[in-house]
Design a binder for this molecule. Structure first.
Ligand SMILES: [Fe+2]
Ligand SMILES: [Fe+2]
Length: 280
């Protein structure tokens, strides 16, 4: 653990926004860490370009486009992002291309990556695609988890997700990945939707590093429709890990954020599009 420089994160797309910024149900972060510039997810719709322009983020500097998973609300602007980022490599799990649906009240809604995004990825030369079928180091001390084993029974994928329109084949969202960065204060974890579960994700990271201090957890934790039991179990797990700071985004939900504030002693913040923050 020799890296000490600060991580700068700008929230481009989130479910809520600072005044003057657009919000939408999607997620996208601009991360500057250890000398690399990472576009972490590509939002859903027009909030991405509106907010990015206002923030003055120059996508031509992108080293990596990382996709936390293939859901539409994280992959909406891949085509314009890649067009603006000629040197960016893309890192994703091959399962991100999976056709998938969420089914509520018998109605199947497609949740897969939009066609234009898929085509933009397929058009890239092979040398610019990195498939995270296991852990990947993007820069010194900056890693992607690769697929996360699901050890805690209570951490299910977080919704009625299926690989078919009849609801016969549950979608484990095996392509769900998180970023983790070694810092002088421990590990900083950055999740997209965290369909793997944040505790499963941290337990998996612990198999990849001897570090046991968790400086911060940030991102979508997919608890907006979770039972209170699950939220309490998650908070209890984070408390036991002595997590230093939690920044809740996207699909974490206001209810879970409030419960974390009640149950955890560490600082809990809700992120908003337009926010710029630093992690240790
Ligand atoms: Fe999401
Ligand atoms: Fe998702």
């Amino acid at each position: 653990m020799k890296h000490s420089d600060t991580i700068h994160i700008t929230v481009i797309v989130d479910n809520s926004a600072l005044p003057g910024f657009a919000s939408e149900h999607g997620f996208s972060l601009w991360i500057e860490a250890r000398g690399v510039k990472i576009l972490f997810d590509a939002g859903l719709g027009s909030a991405f370009s509106r907010n990015r322009e206002r923030l003055g983020i120059d996508l031509s500097e992108t080293d990596w486009l990382v996709l936390s998973h293939g859901h539409y609300d994280h992959t909406g602007n891949i085509a314009p992002a890649l067009e603006a980022a000629p040197k960016a490599k893309v890192c994703l799990h091959p399962g991100a291309f999976t056709d998938r649906w969420s089914i509520r009240g018998g109605v199947a809604k497609p949740t897969m990556m939009p066609e234009a995004s898929r085509r933009a990825l397929e058009a890239l030369p092979e040398g610019r695609m990195v498939y995270a079928e296991g852990p990947v180091e993007l820069a010194p001390g900056v890693h992607l988890t690769g697929p996360v084993p699901r050890r805690n029974a209570f951490e299910d994928p977080g919704g009625p997700f299926y690989l078919d329109t009849e609801g016969k084949r549950p979608d484990p969202i095996e392509d769900d990945l998180s970023l983790w960065i070694e810092t002088k204060e421990g590990i900083s974890v950055i999740a997209g939707c965290c369909h793997s579960g944040i505790l499963n994700t941290i337990q998996h990271i612990f198999t990849l590093t001897p570090e046991r201090r968790v400086a911060s957890v940030m991102g979508g934790l997919h608890l907006s429709k979770a039972s209170d039991d699950r939220i309490v179990n998650t908070a209890e797990g984070l408390r036991r890990l002595d997590v230093g700071r939690v920044v809740t985004s996207h699909c974490t939900g206001e209810g879970a954020t409030e419960r974390f504030r009640e149950l955890l002693a560490c600082p809990i913040e809700a992120s908003r599009a337009g926010m710029q923050l630093t992690l240790p």
